[in-house]
Design a protein. Structure first.
Length: 490
């Protein structure tokens, strides 16, 4: 039986998964590594560290496995991180990470330079960690490295290069680099002039399901794999995680209720007037989607803070036993969930959370319920600011650790007043890439069928008119909290 490998190159570790042709997980492996931090706010890593960690984890993954069965490899990982290579394909200096903030003083001027150009919309997404900003920093601060630059790659593209010897990237990584014209689907000449790099330095852009190449002879021999093993182009980690859920391929809106809450859904074209990040995506360089992504930064982390740090409850699912689902919405206590600031709604890193409406009759269960409701209100505001209609939200799929709570799922259904699906199964980024490799290698005939092999609907939650009505009233109060907090802490 054929086997497929998915590789997820994360910020602090690489995670590998081996699946069979039916999408069943056979084995998993991983390897941690550390970033370099040579100055405050600087985050770097030697790309060789990635390669060594991947190689070690791959040996563990394949130990005792019939390696002749491996037919395809899919690679995903952190977005934005820029790798700098010379004419021989060797790294010039450590890669500049997505969470590096050394360019903070360059961003205002760079945004101003983009205004009044045909890519003025990029000014809304330019930030520290953007490849555009980091390449400009390199030119201004390390000219000796800048002049040696023959090709840049983004994050997981480097592993594709090491496996195949082929340079390239894909539409997701390109479109979030602040170097790419999403509307024209080309590397932006405006940004090329601002950064000061010739067109030859930019990698070709291809569809995520296209085959980048097969294994280099020496790589195949090193790992005991067939040299005709296909390595697909791949994509960024968030799009990769959305593939098993049916977001990409079947069009479902998906909310990942993890440490942060990430809302993803596909559009046929970008909407630069709406909140959220527009990510260009294509499986085949023919059909294009705009994957829109918005974030409530403190979701599962806020829930864990309340239960583990404050209440010191290890079993955070115990809350489901304390809360009366039939009376959801009757609790007028409000919780403002933005404990660590906000990116999408207000772009305000200084805002913090709050409980409002506390009384001597307030119970622990009331406060726990309010935390769940506050996150759901934040999600509802996110959907409205991202111009999502209730109709387009129908069938919202929820994944992540928080989705295991049936109470939380019912809260979300009532607050949004839409049916919600709780998913069961693996929805990780590496797993998504292993599944996509099955399609690229011809095992799965349709992109639409990929998600059916990965996840199933564990439970469905339907909004209830009485509870939805109560939540609608409380949500209107919730919308006034931000302005009040800004006035208080002005």
């Amino acid at each position: 039986m054929a086997a497929f490998i998915g590789i997820d190159l994360g910020t602090s570790s690489v995670k590998l998964v081996l699946t069979d042709e039916k999408g069943q997980v056979l084995r998993e492996a991983g390897q941690d590594y550390r970033l370099l931090q040579p100055a405050p706010g600087w985050k770097e890593i030697d790309p060789e560290t990635w390669w060594n960690a991947t190689a070690d984890a791959l040996e563990v993954l394949l130990d005792g496995v019939s390696r002749e069965q491996v037919e395809g490899i899919g690679i995903t990982g952190q977005m934005h991180t820029v790798v700098l290579l010379d004419g021989d394909g060797r790294s010039i200096r450590p890669a500049l990470m997505w969470n590096d903030t050394r360019t903070k003083d360059l961003i205002p001027e760079l945004k101003a330079d983009v205004q009044d150009t045909n890519v003025s919309y990029l000014s809304r997404v330019l930030s520290t960690g953007s490849p555009a900003a980091n390449l400009l920093w390199l030119r201004l601060n390390e000219p000796e490295h800048f002049h040696r630059l023959a090709k840049f790659l983004i994050g997981p593209d480097y592993l594709v290069y090491r496996f195949t010897g082929v340079y390239g990237t894909e539409y997701c990584e390109a479109s979030t680099s602040s170097l790419y014209d999403l509307l024209g689907k080309v590397w932006s000449p405006v940004m090329r002039e601002l950064v000061g790099l010739p067109e030859s330095v930019y990698p070709p852009v291809r569809g995520s399901a296209e085959v980048a190449g097969t294994l280099l002879t020496e790589i195949a021999a090193r790992f005991g794999l067939r040299p005709d093993v296909k390595v697909i182009v791949g994509t960024g980690d968030n799009p990769a995680a959305s593939i098993p859920t049916g977001c990409l391929g079947r069009g479902y809106p998906v909310f990942s209720l993890g440490t942060s809450g990430v809302l993803m859904f596909p559009r046929t074209s970008p909407d630069f007037e709406a909140k959220g990040k527009n990510i260009l995506f294509s499986f085949d360089s023919s059909t294009f989607y705009t994957l829109v992504q918005g974030v409530v930064q403190s979701c599962g982390s806020g829930y864990n803070w309340w239960n583990r740090d404050i209440l010191q409850i290890d079993d955070i699912n115990a809350a489901d036993k304390e809360i009366d689902v039939d009376r959801l919405g009757e609790n007028e206590l409000l919780f403002y969930p933005h404990l660590v600031g906000d990116k999408t709604l207000y772009a305000d890193p200084a805002i913090r959370g709050a409980f409002l409406g506390l009384g001597t009759d307030t119970t622990r269960a009331d406060m726990t319920q309010a935390v769940m409701e506050g996150v759901a209100y934040g999600l509802r505001q996110l959907t409205e600011e991202m111009h999502l209609t209730q109709e387009s939200l129908t069938g919202l799929r929820v994944i992540g650790g928080g989705s295991r709570s049936r109470v939380w799922m019912q809260v979300i259904a009532d607050v949004l007043n839409v049916p919600v699906q709780q998913l069961a199964g693996n929805a990780g980024a590496g797993y998504g890439m292993a599944l996509l490799a099955t399609y690229s290698c011809g095992v799965v005939s349709s992109l639409e069928n990929i998600s059916e092999r990965a996840v199933s609907v564990k439970a469905r939650f339907t909004p209830r008119p009485y509870n939805a009505g109560l939540y609608d009233r409380n949500y209107q109060r919730y919308l006034r909290v931000y302005r009040a907090l800004k006035d208080i802490y002005a």
